[in-house]
Write a protein that binds this ligand. Structure first.
Ligand code: ZN
Length: 129
């Protein structure tokens, strides 16, 4: 099954090949981060010119339109869309904190958590926005 991810603002596909590509900013530094399209897989590819340390918060944006991807539900999360043929797009929320493993796929009224740190976001109301 192919998982396609899209920008919620411009609709651009974020994984044209095998990885999800996001623009990232940490202070004055900018870079690109490649993420696995598989929920719960936190292996990422980051160039050495954009070093990140555990616990650093990254500002993600769409590489196509530049719009910030920060979640409206929780500022520590970023949000993109999961698009599968014949199904309505689903929100995917994931931690902006480097090294924190938390991802949520919103499926109708259910929140499906992935990652060891998902419990950090237990109290987030994903549907209140
Ligand atoms: Zn976009």
């Amino acid at each position: 099954m192919k998982w396609n991810y899209a920008c919620p603002h411009c609709g651009a596909t974020l994984n044209p090949h095998t990885k999800v590509i996001l623009a990232a900013r940490r202070g004055k530094r900018r870079g690109l981060i490649l993420l696995s399209p598989q929920p719960g897989n936190y292996r990422s590819i980051i160039h050495e010119s954009f070093p990140l340390a555990g616990g650093e918060m990254v500002e993600f944006s769409c590489p196509a339109c530049g719009h910030a991807l920060t979640s409206a539900a929780a500022s520590r999360l970023a949000e993109i869309l999961l698009v599968r043929p014949g199904q309505p797009p689903r929100r995917v929320e994931f931690s902006r904190v480097y090294g924190e493993h938390a991802t949520f796929i919103l499926d109708g009224e259910n929140v499906v958590p992935y990652g060891d740190d998902a419990g950090v976001y237990e109290r987030v109301n994903f549907f209140g926005c």
